[in-house]
Design a protein around this ligand. Sequence first.
Ligand code: PLP
Length: 398
Amino acid sequence: MTRQSHSETNAVRGARDLEKRNGPLATPIYQTSTFEVVDNEEQLRVTPTDHFYTRYGNPTNTVAEKTIAALEGMDAALTFASGMGAITTTIMALLKSGDHVVAQRDIYGGANKFLAQWLPKMGIETTFVDTTRYEQHERAIRPNTKLLYLESPTNPTLRVIDFKRVASLAKQRGVLSMIDSTFGTPINQHPAEYGIDLVMHSGTKYLAGHSDLICGVIAAQQELIDQIWATRTTLGNCMDPHASWVLIRGMKTLPVRVARQNENAQRVAEFLSEHAKVRSVNYPFLKSHPQHDVARRQMSGGGGMVSFEVEGTGEDARRVSEAMRLFTLAPSLGSVESLVSIPVLTSHAMISAEDRARMGVTEQLIRLSVGIENVEDLIADLDHALQAVASPQKVTVG
Ligand SMILES: Cc1ncc(COP(=O)(O)O)c(C=O)c1O
């Protein structure tokens, strides 16, 4: 399936039956665990539908799922209790003991932990490869490899992978490809158009967009979704209908939020790259970015995430993050309000210092999730906070 309408339309109207009249304009919350039937024949008929039992499906969840499928240009989508729920359930649904995964080295810390520490308990091994060294991806594929696990742009270093190359490699070698597209959003990139099989998001971030719920989503062709659905019902990793409703409301403004975040983050990245107290800046749409050409080709915006290293120590980075007033010190990302975090203490705290060093996740690295506030105010906040590098006594925190 290809995307039928533009993203702005899909986000607002994606799951609505435009023929239907005299119904509620806003999606009702089916706050129910179960659905009654008139007889047992009907009971059997509704079992695989969203009118049976909410762990299997729920009409409010269906609206969220259809909207996501439309945004990604896929047959179908599923929602989960968290982004990690989407990752773990999908992999457990599609792989079995004896299978092998090839994964990029630069991925979200929780996904790294699941692949490196949990899957071996189930007899599934993962080989980690350098994110943009595609010959390593190719060499790592074995006869028992079932999955190429990808993330782009990466958390927190903003590396960008070439969708065309990885999707064609996976197709040639008969391996499924799955991407964590959280940083990319369904507005800035459409991995399915390049042939990536499974597109995952931590819906907690940009899709919901207001730091008020935890959820995960996966979009794919129907056959894969059916397998993942069966596993989700067994593992019980479903989303609550009320949370789905919050997600649906959030997604309606996704395109306008992301457009503003793209603009703001571009300005923030340009400001930081000229600042004397900044050693390096990671942002896909900066000319200095190592995959700038690929990013411009496959993304319509550089996204709202920027990371940078301070010209100083880990202590300096902590001080800068604490000196910010508008950028709030908190993990997570993708929301309307700007957030700041130190990846070695948050998103990548659970992986070894050695692996972090290989990823380029240093103690000096600061991650910004740029929100929709006035960009001049955001830049002034950063300018003020950067005074904390090597001259802490001059900074007024508060
Ligand atoms: C890129 C990325 N993927 C997945 C996750 C996990 O999502 P959740 O926290 O919704 O489980 C996160 C969380 O920070 C993330 O940043």
